[in-house]
Design a protein around this ligand. Structure first.
Ligand code: ABU
Length: 377
């Protein structure tokens, strides 16, 4: 009889990594305009409203760095699976809308959330990313066939009609006062309405029984509520940080190992209760180092804080973008074995080392790293 093995198992961000999905930069687009997001790369010589594939020379560099990263993981005995690209330049539609292009499949972390034996396909909130899950379906189908314990889940597919977005948000936002921005940061009140549950998987950080969700511009309250009901055996904590129009937790607040988390030195945590929660459970919150870059890389919607966007291979070993010398030094001082990985070319394709990966298997079980709960957080 064929042996039935456990393929999918991962409860946190740091247990020894055995199997991972690594995205592909091929075919990635500057996506066509859509209500959820305003891309403006005029400073990089690209007119507003333009959409099309990222330049060939950028893709060549990104592919080389990604292939190098895959080799590095495999040499360490980690099994790597890759998604199947589709034509991201095609127009896509549902009965509710048409979108002139898709985006890509370099950052699987945005789409897939692994919690224990479950992989959950996120709703996403961009129309250009509505069909991105298709790139991962060949892998998920295989895991389903081969692992009898794998729980394959998909959150309710959103309609993403005009009702999911605040009308004129991007025009209004340009005239917001500092006070209005502060208010939005505290409430997570950005472009999305509460019409339907919306979330990106990369807004969630996992620590065994506790899940931390960033109430960002791609995750709404209804999405958080859906996650809370779905992960009923977990404790869900909602986070807000000092960042305007935020996207994803993994360049803002990074759980490194039991007892240690990295915080973004510019995007301070906004709830005193959050700090109290970590302190009461003997977790140290360390401010990250200064990133290598002064601003956004060319044609990238990801910030310079990808310096924090790292991949833990086990609680002592961390992969860091090789250009982030100060961040690597800090990790070294914190007692990590640091693996420098040239990865800067991937920024425009959707992110850093954490974004580019999605856990399939880490050793370990669901543990309680936060035995002391703080009411209201
Ligand atoms: N997907 C991670 C990007 C987050 C950031 O640019 O801050």
């Amino acid at each position: 009889m064929k042996e039935q093995k456990v393929i999918v198992n991962s409860w946190n961000e740091w247990d020894p990594l055995k199997h991972v999905i690594v995205g592909r930069p091929e075919g990635t687009m500057v996506q066509a305009p859509e209500p959820a997001i305003e891309r403006d790369f005029t400073k990089d010589g690209v007119p507003k409203g333009f959409f099309g594939p990222l330049p060939e020379e950028m893709l060549a560099m990104a592919t080389e760095q990604m292939d190098n990263f895959v080799r590095l993981l495999e040499q360490r005995g980690i099994q790597v699976d890759r998604p199947t690209c589709i034509d991201f330049s095609q127009e896509v539609s549902t009965p509710d809308w048409k979108q002139k292009s898709m985006f890509g499949c370099m950052p699987p972390r945005d789409v897939l959330l692994t919690v224990g034996s479950e992989i959950l396909e996120a709703t996403m909130s961009y129309r250009s990313r509505w069909f991105e899950y298709l790139c991962y379906r060949p892998l998920l189908q295989r895991y389903f066939r081969e692992d009898p314990h794998f729980r394959w889940q998909a959150a309710p597919k959103p309609r993403l009609t005009e009702r999911s977005y605040k009308p004129d948000f991007w025009n209004d936002y340009k005239n917001w006062t500092e006070e209005q921005k502060e208010q939005a940061m505290r409430t997570g009140d950005w472009i999305l309405t509460e019409e339907e549950p919306l979330f990106d998987a990369a807004d969630i950080a996992r620590a065994g029984r506790d899940l931390f969700v960033y109430h960002s511009a791609v995750t709404n309250k209804s999405g958080i509520d859906w996650l809370r009901r779905h992960f009923a055996d977990h404790r869900l904590h909602v986070l807000h940080f000092k960042e305007t129009v935020p996207i994803h937790i993994d360049a803002t607040f990074v759980l490194l190992r039991p007892g240690l988390a990295l915080t973004n030195r510019q995007r301070a945590p906004l709830e005193p209760k959050m700090i109290e929660f970590f302190k009461k459970n003997d977790w140290e919150l360390v401010e990250c180092a200064e990133p290598a870059l002064p601003g956004y890389p060319p044609l990238s919607f990801c910030s310079r804080w990808l310096s924090m966007n790292t991949l833990m291979l086990d609680p002592k070993t961390i992969c860091v973008d090789a250009q982030e010398v100060r961040q690597m030094e800090q990790f070294d001082q914190l007692g990590f074995e640091v693996i420098p990985v040239p990865f800067a070319a991937l920024s425009a394709f959707g992110g850093g080392l954490h974004c580019a990966t999605a856990d399939v298997h880490r050793e370990g079980i669901c543990e309680d790293y936060f035995p002391i709960q703080v009411g209201g957080f």
